[in-house]
Design a protein around this ligand. Structure first.
Ligand SMILES: NC(=O)c1ccc[n+]([C@@H]2O[C@H](COP(=O)([O-])OP(=O)(O)OC[C@H]3O[C@@H](n4cnc5c(N)ncnc54)[C@H](O)[C@@H]3O)[C@@H](O)[C@H]2O)c1
Length: 423
């Protein structure tokens, strides 16, 4: 199938790089989003998310004229849906964005078109949810239009590179749909393209993220055990990983973001009786901020009215994404224990999180603190020199939740150094 015009629905972390990359590879692309601020911002060259290299990629696509931004779906040969798939408070998948996106495509759908869902979704979404909504057009999935699921597997911070180089899975509702998807992504994908059916492709994505969640959960549980036995988890993991068939991940403040902390719930919801391990891992990772908050409380000999300089709110290092961030959860837990938390997040200096005061100036934040908590391992934080910080702050204790600082260096600078998993 030949695609000349593509409409990408959803211009977030996935949709915007995808639309821009297709445009820079010669396709006529309409990037569509329902959020009017995002649309008018992009139309005026304002890029609302941070991702290395994204600004110049989008600017090139817009300047070339190949990428236009719209708040309405437009007729095209192919449509890619890259809208959010969050969960409700009770952890059930919230598919309203996917449903709305499909409903907005239906009136424009023509014979021979291709629709691809990229949003991470529960098994059978493409067949059971997407196809019936698109068929309101009067056309039949498979015989009149192509329909496929292709999960996005990029790593935030490396999205532009991985979009092109990663292997891509394309699951069609039939083999012609999978092949039509392959023809589209061949415009820029250099990694292997693997064709399968739609439900297998959905399951592959969920299995990838779930297995990672479970691997992090065991690292977090090891961390609780080593704490009990008075040993350093980082040293123990490093030694264990010298075994040729062992690869333990790092413990941390918890698991966050729009993917790994969300996607395993889709499996738990779909088949609770068959996903006990997955549920337990989720519970371990979700309770990790509480475990870390208790360590901090102990390190500070109580938190009542202690001024905490809290470094980092993002869900992982060197990104600006605060969704489901365990660092945010940790900040709230410290507040609940009486601490006066003030945060600094260099990737989102304008962040307004309800209840968490925010400081744009790191020096100001450190000046009047009792305790420094390193909550996210941003490179900028890891590069801080203990001696320089000692000259700036009244704090005497640092708590390193990410193994980002050298204990001896901070102790030599006069601090009491405590950390997650440290002896
Ligand atoms: N961010 C990642 O690193 C990543 C990685 C792999 C997979 N995913 C998956 O990709 C999907 C998108 O994630 P994201 O991080 O890009 O989300 P995002 O929130 O950054 O962007 C989604 C965009 O979709 C827009 N939107 C909502 N409803 C819409 C509609 N009906 N029509 C058009 N636009 C609409 C929103 O306004 C938003 O701008 C999710 O399912 C996510 O799980 C994300």
């Amino acid at each position: 199938m030949t695609t000349q015009k593509l409409c990408v629905l959803g211009l977030g972390y996935i949709g915007l790089p995808t639309a821009s990359t297709f445009a820079n590879h010669g396709l006529e692309v309409v990037g569509m989003d329902t959020n009017s601020e995002i649309v008018s911002g992009l139309q005026n060259g304002k890029i609302h998310i941070f991702e290395p290299g994204l600004r110049s990629l989008v600017e090139k696509a817009l300047t070339s004229g190949n990428l236009t931004i719209s708040q309405a779906v437009q007729p095209a040969d192919a449509f890619i849906i890259a809208v959010p798939t969050p969960f409700y408070e009770d952890k059930r998948a919230d598919m309203r964005f996917v449903e709305a996106a499909a409903a907005s495509i239906a009136p424009h759908l023509k014979r021979g078109n291709l629709v691809i869902l990229e949003s991470t979704s529960p098994p059978r979404t493409t067949v059971d949810i997407l196809a019936p909504i698109l068929e309101r057009s009067g056309l039949k999935a498979g015989s009149d239009f192509y329909l496929a699921y292709s999960p996005e597997r990029v790593l935030p911070g490396k999205i532009l590179q991985e979009l092109i180089e990663n292997a891509r899975v394309i699951g069609g509702i039939d083999s012609a749909s999978a092949e039509a998807g392959r023809d589209l992504y061949l415009h820029f994908v250099k990694g292997e393209i693997i064709l399968t059916d739609a439900t297998t492709a959905e399951m592959v994505k969920l299995m990838e993220n779930t297995s990672r969640d479970i691997s992090i959960a065991i690292a977090n549980e090891f961390c609780r055990l080593t704490d009990k036995f008075g040993i350093d988890v980082w040293e123990a993991i490093q030694i264990a990983n010298r075994h040729p068939r062992v690869e333990i991940l790092k413990p941390g403040v918890g698991v966050g973001g729009h993917c790994i902390s969300v996607d395993p719930w889709f499996l738990v919801e779909a088949a609770p009786e068959k996903s006990k391990l997955i549920l337990t891992a989720r519970q371990v990772n979700d309770s990790q901020p509480e475990f870390v908050s208790q360590l901090i409380e102990k390190a500070a000999c109580g938190l009542q009215d202690k001024k905490v300089a809290f470094l980092g709110l993002a869900f992982k290092p060197d990104v600006d994404d605060l969704r489901e961030s365990p660092a945010v959860e940790l900040a709230h837990l410290l507040q609940a224990k009486g601490a006066l938390v003030k945060a600094y997040e260099p990737f989102k200096p304008e962040a307004h999180l309800p209840g968490i005061p925010h400081e744009k100036d790191l020096e100001k934040l450190l000046f009047d603190a009792d305790l420094i908590v390193l909550a996210v391992g941003h490179q900028q934080f890891k590069a801080l020199e203990a001696q320089d910080i000692a000259a700036l702050t009244s704090a005497k204790i640092v708590f390193d939740a990410v193994n980002g600082w050298d204990k001896e260096e901070w102790e030599a600078a006069g601090f009491v150094y405590k950390g997650l998993g440290k002896k």
